[in-house]
Design a protein around this ligand. Structure first.
Ligand SMILES: C[S@@+](CC[C@H](N)C(=O)[O-])C[C@H]1O[C@@H](n2cnc3c(N)ncnc32)[C@H](O)[C@@H]1O
Length: 419
């Protein structure tokens, strides 16, 4: 634990106050925060003063000046990290970061074999494509910065043993820094960041970035510890009582496991025990309802029905969670049940469900759709057990994800059989 002791001393020097918690290794999560004494609900467990934050303002002027105008905060922070000297003032903090190997093993953007991306569920693939585009743009900004630095002889951003300037950052170096920023930043709204896009209002918080994620608890409705920001800094407050030895988590947001997998490199339902279930998880049904199937070219809807759905704003983005199937799915399935487009439009406009018989037929059709999709989902689980693509951890996390999907679908089929 030497590195953690060193980090705590370093944090204390910067005014970071930990109360009743400390970092510890947690199986399958890297480091996390654990209660060292009984904690009461609403007790403040961490305070990080504004002076200890790494924001757009703390990025080295040389980096700010040479990154192209309009570069994202994400790019600025990642460039700052990638160009950091090993003996920088942040060294005790960077020393506890997950290794490059563990980052590239867990985060799909860095997976060595992109062939495995084809096994991501559709929402995860869509998110990954957005991430790839963001990274490509930020990497191109970084290359601009590197060429500006190498042509400026006075650059002292990074010096080697002979004190020679070296601003060499490979794409892999930058990807590592970029993913550290992606997985460790907090939402930070200030007068300055309020002008930026929401997902670029980022701040790095040494020590606070050691909290792992929980989706909270249904029994008391808690959402993990509360994270609050004032001009004085960030404070994290216990959402409930904790016993010594218990992990203390925050909630990164009400995210599905597809989102957690792409943005953070894990799925919640993968393990067992408290906090393993993701109460915000959901399954996308677009592949179940809309995918071309060969014999029925347009999935369940023919070309005209797709057009009707599209015009009414109900084509795609169909979801289910452990409580219900979404309204969009219900509306779309009603078109198949009712048949007549005008009757369906009237129901949609008036927010009517068409009565008990229609609802029963919708439920029966949904059960049929889900049973058919379940066969596909289970084939993917099975294939992931057989294939040699990618590494075992990556296949395992994908398998865990598809098993969750299978579980949620089964649960829904069972619920529908009881109505
Ligand atoms: C903000 S950091 C939290 C500290 C991190 N565990 C560490 O070792 O530095 C976010 C990363 O922690 C891991 N993580 C957070 N919550 C997790 C959870 N509930 N299960 C598994 N891994 C988790 C993921 O690797 C994620 O990208």
């Amino acid at each position: 634990m030497e590195a953690y002791d060193e980090l705590l001393r370093w944090a204390q020097d910067r005014g970071v106050v930990l109360h009743g918690i400390e970092p510890r290794l947690i199986p399958e999560k890297g480091v996390g925060m654990v209660a060292t004494k009984p904690l009461k609900a609403n007790e403040r467990v961490l305070h990080v003063p504004t002076s200890a934050l790494r924001t757009l303002e703390t990025v080295k002027p040389k980096i700010k000046k040479n990154l192209p105008a309009g570069s994202t905060v994400h790019a600025l922070l990642a460039a700052d990290l990638a160009l950091e000297r090993p003996n920088s003032k942040y060294a005790p903090w960077t020393a506890i970061h997950p290794s490059r190997e563990s980052v590239s093993r867990s985060l799909p953007l860095a997976w060595a074999d992109p062939a495995l991306h084809a096994y991501l569920p559709r929402p995860a693939r869509t998110l990954l494509e957005k991430q790839q585009a963001k990274f490509a743009r930020d990497w191109s900004a970084m290359q601009h910065l590197l060429s500006a630095l190498s042509s400026s002889s006075s650059s002292k951003l990074k010096t080697d043993n002979n004190n020679k300037v070296s601003a060499t950052v490979t794409q892999a170096d930058f990807l590592y820094a970029w993913l550290l920023v992606n997985t460790r930043t907090f939402y930070h709204e200030t007068r300055r960041t309020a002008r930026l896009s929401r997902d670029d209002r980022m701040v790095l918080q040494p020590v606070a970035d050691l909290f792992n994620h929980t989706s909270g608890d249904d029994s008391d409705g808690s959402d993990g510890c509360e994270v609050a920001f004032t001009p004085a800094g960030f404070s994290i407050t216990a959402d409930r009582a904790y016993a010594p030895g218990e992990e203390v988590c925050i909630c990164y947001g009400r995210h599905s496991d597809d989102f957690l997998l792409v943005e953070y490199g894990f799925v919640l339902g993968g393990g067992s025990g408290p906090g393993a279930r993701n109460r915000w998880d959901e399954v996308c049904l677009d592949d179940a309802l809309l995918l071309n199937e060969g014999e029925d070219e347009y999935g369940y809807f023919d070309r005209d029905q797709r057009e009707v759905l599209d015009q009414a704003g109900f084509l795609g983005n169909y979801r289910l969670d452990e409580r219900a199937v979404c309204y969009r799915t219900q509306v779309a399935l009603r078109l198949l049940v009712v048949g007549d487009v005008e009757t369906w439009k009237r129901l949609v406009e008036e927010g009517e469900d068409g009565g008990e018989d229609v609802q029963r037929a919708v439920d029966q059709l949904l059960a049929k759709v889900l049973k058919r999709y379940l066969v596909k989902v289970e084939a993917i689980v099975e294939e992931l057990g057989r294939t040699g693509i990618g590494g075992p951890c990556q296949r395992e996390v994908l398998r865990a994800r598809w098993k969750q999907i299978s579980h949620l679908i089964r649960q829904t089929i069972e619920r529908l059989s009881k109505v």
